[in-house]
Design a protein around this ligand. Structure first.
Ligand code: F6P
Length: 353
């Protein structure tokens, strides 16, 4: 996100507008934590993870009076354009904040920049943070694989992603894992346990260095890791009664918030910079209630967006359409959701061979 803050600030200043930073997202807007952002403050932030402005959940923002206060704080400083960097909740807040029926005659435009490691925003193929998170998971899996290979062990690794299996599946492919468990598959706990046990037993028939098993589970798969471990261990003992229990017992690693931090990858720095470049230029050109999107599915995007003149790989997609399509993505009913589920399934079958 720092790459996006930096690019928007530098380009804004170059265009001759005054740029402010809002601390901790909507909470800062509400509490008037809004301060000038000079170019010098952002020049060195590109390689820092997270966001120099901070972030916070702000449930009160659902209330109209709270948004009125936020609009008042912006008006008091003469701020009439916002770049909102965030996921589904942040972009929904941006729509309410700039709705004509709420803001009346107050000039207030907004451009959204997609940022969420979960990659659960529709109409953009990537959001800021996904690539760094994926790299972190793959690096962790490579490290875990050393122990797993040396001891012929099975590791169950849980990764973040909220209700979306994208991170689990893509990082499983990139890490060469044996199995990915993702909520979109809709499997029962028993089927999940069986799929892991099948993978372990298949691996035990391989040559020595191929016996390790890595299973990547998305946090959106509801079964808790300790329960999954004990169910798998019990089932393994049933299916391999003659094996030394210690030799087939599984190990668990929950990567948790590790996945959300760290130095951003080169791709994420570039993505943040390019999306913010498109976003701030669109804002300055008078656009509003749009999201800067990275290579969205072209057929859908053509209906709800325009290619940005500032970058051939970016589109300005209508925010209402983004949020509606994101809702369908999360419910599993959009074309992308169906495609992901089908592809994940195909890959899943190939992985367990
Ligand atoms: O949406 C991003 C995300 O990191 C999810 O993957 C995860 O479920 C959630 O946020 C964690 O939120 P918190 O830091 O508030 O526990």
């Amino acid at each position: 996100m720092n790459a996006a803050i930096r690019a928007a600030t530098l380009i804004g200043h170059a265009a001759g507008v005054e740029v402010f930073g809002v601390e901790r997202g909507y909470r800062g807007l509400l509490e008037d934590a809004i301060t000038p952002l000079p170019p010098g403050e952002v020049s060195g932030i590109l390689r820092e993870g997270g966001t120099i402005l901070g972030s916070a959940r702000c449930k009160e923002f659902h209330q109209r009076e709270v948004r009125d206060q936020a609009r008042k704080n912006l008006a008091a400083r003469g701020i009439d354009g916002l770049i909102v960097i965030g996921g589904n909740g942040s972009l929904t807040g941006a729509m309410h904040l700039t709705a004509e029926e709420e803001r009346g005659a107050q000039p207030l435009a907004v451009i959204g920049i997609p940022a969420s490691i979960d990659n659960d925003l529709a109409l953009t193929s990537m959001s800021i943070g996904v690539d760094t998170a994926m790299n972190t998971i793959v690096e962790a899996c490579d490290k875990i694989a050393d122990t797993a290979t040396a001891h012929d062990r099975t590791f169950l690794i849980e990764v973040m992603g909220r209700d979306c299996g994208y991170l689990a599946m893509t990082s499983a492919i990139a890490a060469g894992a044996d199995l990915a468990l993702f909520p979109e598959a809709g499997r029962t706990d028993a089927a999940i346990v069986d799929s892991i046990v099948d993978a372990v037993l298949a691996a035990r028939r391989r040559a020595r260095r191929g016996r390790r098993v890595l299973v990547i589970k998305a946090e959106g798969v509801a079964i808790p890791m300790d329960r999954l471990k004990s169910m798998v261990d019990v089932r393994l003992r049933e299916r391999e009664p003659n094996a030394d229990p210690a030799a087939i017992e599984t190990r668990v690693t929950v990567l948790g918030h590790v996945v959300r931090g760290g130095r951003p990858s080169a791709f994420d720095r570039l993505l943040g910079s390019r999306l913010a470049n498109v976003g701030i230029r669109a804002l300055l050109a008078g656009e509003t209630r749009k999201m800067a999107a990275w290579m969205p599915p072209v057929d859908v995007a053509a209906e709800v967006g325009v290619r940005s003149p500032a970058d051939p790989y970016c589109w300005l997609t209508d925010l209402t359409a983004v949020l509606a399509e994101t809702d369908r993505l999360l419910k599993g009913s959009s074309a992308l959701a169906r495609w992901r589920a089908a592809v994940f399934n195909d890959i899943d079958q190939a992985m367990t061979l």
